[in-house]
Write a new protein. Structure first.
Length: 255
């Protein structure tokens, strides 16, 4: 499941959908159920009410395929787990002029995209907790996926070490922990870019730099411009739209 900046708004939008489908459970249904359980707890629902509401949500998504006996253990677990963490409520992350200038001073687009991603993540976690001091604790592979940079595990570590040696970041002294601290956060400078979702951050950076990207007309993620200008949607949205068109064609044929 992607990192959701404003979990409260996400939960509300999901629950307000008129026609829920199995895909609305996401790649990790347990994460979706946990988010909803935390949402229901935050609006004052008790354990029994949360269990019933999660069961109803699953029934709306899975319809005839929903079997409560198969989901009851997961529902109970998420209800208990929902007491541990509050919902994250971050609307956006502002990248400032001085921060962007430092990133653009680094040699190599891959380094720039990773450094930009680390900055956005650090500022996001700062917004989540006042106690965070420009740290992020995502695994390297997740950082590089967000940065849209494909490297081997060994080369990922080398790139992070290079950024560390240049003084842009600090790394945790605890062996096995991927904690990284960004050293150039500057909230006093003027904002030049607003990030509203933690996805495809490398493409967001390239788009800011003027490279040939446009936004998907359905979900808003950056996509590479096509030569003929006909591409309007990202791959995921294009497949979804094609499936909906196919369903409409089949309904028309049956009439």
């Amino acid at each position: 499941m992607d990192i959701i900046m404003n979990e409260y708004t996400y939960a509300e939008n999901l629950l307000n959908k008129q026609d829920l489908k199995a895909c609305d459970l996401g790649d990790k249904p347990s994460s979706t159920l946990n988010l909803l359980a935390r949402y229901y707890r935050e609006i004052g629902k008790n354990d029994d009410e949360i269990k019933e509401l999660l069961s109803d949500f699953l029934n709306r998504c899975l319809k005839d395929k929903y079997k409560e006996s198969k989901w009851i253990d997961s529902i109970f677990y998420q209800v208990v787990k929902s007491k541990k963490y509050n919902l994250k409520k971050v609307d956006n992350v502002i990248v400032t002029k001085s921060e962007m200038e430092i990133i653009q001073s680094v040699k190599g687009k891959s380094r720039q995209k990773v450094l930009f991603t680390l900055l956005v993540l650090a500022k996001y976690y700062n917004a989540v907790s006042d106690k965070n001091k420009n740290w992020t604790n995502l695994e390297y592979k997740k950082i590089f996926k967000l940065a849209n940079v494909q490297l081997s595990i060994q080369n990922q570590a080398l790139l992070i070490n290079d950024l560390y040696n240049c003084g842009f970041i600090n790394v945790s002294k605890n062996v096995g922990k991927p904690n990284i601290q960004v050293n150039f956060v500057d909230n006093e400078s003027d904002g030049v870019l607003t990030i509203t979702r933690l996805k495809d951050l490398g493409k967001e950076y390239l788009m800011f730099c003027g490279e040939d990207y446009i936004r998907c007309q359905k979900c808003g993620v950056p996509i590479k411009k096509s030569r003929n200008g006909k591409v309007k949607y990202c791959g995921k949205c294009a497949k979804m739209i094609d499936r909906e068109k196919a369903k409409i064609r089949m309904r028309n044929i049956r009439k």
